[in-house]
Design a protein. Structure first.
Length: 188
């Protein structure tokens, strides 16, 4: 794994804006700046805006938690984002995602025998990632199952975690605690 380009900024090197952003992050989240927010702290206002959006998408999304976390795993796999996967894989399993489905995603393949909600989330997410749009048929099915807010939230989860993956991949953010990367790179 390549060297982390944007490790945690030492406390004595933080700008005033970074200190204030880190304090607000800890006050709201109850933990110090971590994971994707470490590189984002270089842009304190952006980090806080991202945290705010993430709080909605993680904790208030209209989607069932299992589906929300499944979409995050799809996005982490699409970007081979190791930390995103390491954080959200156990959450997805605890929320009820079938481990075989998660394993198929980790392997970069369409999971077999998905329940309807997972199949809809897969199609919607893969169309967004690969086609940069969603077909009328998939859109109609997702709206019928999750409503218009659910479709917007699903697009939001895909987009937000793509943003985080891009930031962490740019920064070369490593997996937590020096762990082995959980995802194999896609062949090039």
């Amino acid at each position: 794994m390549a060297q982390d380009r944007m490790p945690e900024v030492p406390a004595d090197k933080l700008t005033e804006a970074q200190k204030k952003a880190a304090e607000e992050f800890q006050r709201i989240r109850g933990v110090p700046v971590f994971g994707p927010f470490v590189p984002l702290l270089r842009s304190p206002e952006l980090m806080l805006a991202a945290r705010n959006m993430g709080d909605y998408l993680r904790y208030k999304s209209s989607l069932p938690l299992r589906i929300n976390e499944f979409v995050i795993l799809i996005t982490a796999r699409e970007w081979t984002q190791q930390l995103e996967w390491a954080i959200h894989h156990p959450i997805a399993l605890k929320a009820g995602l079938d481990p075989a489905i998660a394993q198929a995603v980790a392997e970069g393949r369409r999971p077999d025998n998905m329940p309807e909600e997972e199949a809809l989330a897969w199609e919607f997410s893969m169309e967004l990632h690969h086609n940069k749009s969603v077909s009328d048929a998939t859109y109609a099915k997702v709206v019928a199952k999750f409503g218009e807010q659910g479709a917007v939230d699903m697009a939001g989860v895909n987009g937000y975690y793509t943003f985080l993956a891009m930031a962490m991949n740019m920064a070369r953010t490593p997996p937590p605690n020096g762990a082995e990367p959980p995802l194999k790179p896609f062949p090039k």
